[in-house]
Design a binder for this molecule. Structure first.
Ligand code: NDP
Length: 316
């Protein structure tokens, strides 16, 4: 006989509560499924599945019997940094192949857009100019992927398959076939200086915050292209606007920002060489989160180690 477990779903990103309830209840007998903010007695709650922050005035301390927070996403940093989260509560995150493929498609699209000079051709079209532009082969260009989690590794593979030279940067050493892997802060300036494309897929941590500031942006290769799909806190946006102004950086595809939604007054909105998307780098997670969460729930019920436990010390 399964023990009764109260699960609370907290979503700001459109998690389908009917579907979550169905997926869990059809696999497990004794689920008491609740949806925020109609959560009833908070002392009942054992497990929270969430894709957002607890709103103002709320804290994990409101749930004294909480044992597990299952984050429905990859960027779990703000949950781990929440000072109200008790040390013994396990936090898991997604490591989704579907998310990784979707994000890699975004990155590839951004790289090819610039590589194939789509904007230059559009400008020519506007002037009714029929003129072929030189495009160097992909094999002569290097793409640096910052962050080699599942999304970074998938992106690196996609770019390799297209024939680009690919380098990767992480915190700890990595060995990925075909990818020149470097790690640690000391290796970053040289990597940036030899890369035509820089694709950032880093989490938001104390060590990544503001990493791409004026000094680091000055290390970029002249005319290189930046894609940020990880977290907005990585980039000092005023410094990026300055680097774009000096044409140090030829253009940028930005999906994440230091403040989201991107404020109306941000110069990034109207910048002619910046493309903005609203933190929508991934298109769809399909079936994956349900099966991943149900598998983890099985492990939770059996008191076994769960999959994809986030590391509080690392912050991701
Ligand atoms: P992880 O968060 O699991 O891994 C992060 C990678 O970054 C690891 O390779 C890690 O190195 C590296 N890293 C972390 N800190 C540093 C540092 N200080 N210096 C160098 N490398 C560092 O990767 P995922 O692929 O799962 O996700 C990447 C990020 O993408 C998420 O954290 C999230 O913020 C973002 N994201 C954005 C989405 C969007 O819609 N735009 C959707 C999904 C995710 P090491 O391997 O050595 O630990």
């Amino acid at each position: 006989m399964e023990r009764k477990v109260a699960i609370l779903l907290i979503s700001d990103y459109g998690a389908d509560s009917t579907r979550w309830k169905h997926e869990l209840s059809s696999r497990f007998e004794s689920i008491d499924f609740r949806v925020w903010p109609e959560c009833g007695d908070k002392t009942d709650i054992d497990v929270i599945f969430m894709d957002t922050v607890l709103g103002p005035g709320h804290s994990f301390c409101d749930f004294p019997n909480l044992k597990w927070v299952g984050f429905i996403g990859h960027g779990v940093g703000y949950v781990l940094r929440d000072a109200s989260l008790p040390a013994d509560v396990i936090v898991t995150r997604l490591e989704s192949g579907a998310m990784a493929r979707s994000m890699a498609e975004y990155a590839v699209h951004a790289v090819l857009h610039h590589h194939l000079r789509v904007d230059d051709y559009k400008a020519q079209q506007d002037g009714r100019i029929w003129k072929r532009l030189p495009i160097a082969p992909a094999s002569t260009k290097r793409a640096a992927v910052l962050g080699l989690g599942i999304i970074g590794r998938t992106t690196a593979r996609y770019l390799l398959n297209l024939g680009f030279k690919v380098a990767g940067w992480s915190q700890t050493p990595k060995d990925i076939e075909g990818v020149k892997c470097v790690h640690g802060n000391d290796a970053l300036p040289a990597l940036l200086s030899e890369s035509d494309f820089v694709i950032a897929l880093l989490p938001d941590t104390e060590r990544t915050k503001g990493l791409l500031d004026r000094k680091m942006l000055s290390c970029f290769k002249q005319g290189s292209y930046l894609v940020n799909l990880g977290r907005g806190s990585l980039i000092v946006e005023d410094d990026l606007v300055a680097a774009l102004g000096q044409e140090k950086i030829a253009g940028a595809d930005l999906d994440v920002f230091s403040t989201e939604p991107l404020p109306e007054h941000s110069p990034l909105w109207a910048h002619p060489r910046v493309r903005v998307t609203p933190h929508g780098g991934f298109a769809s997670l399909d079936e994956e989160p349900y099966s991943e969460f149900c598998e983890n729930y099985r492990l939770y019920l059996a008191n076994k180690p769960m999959m994809h436990v986030a590391d509080r010390a690392r912050g991701y």
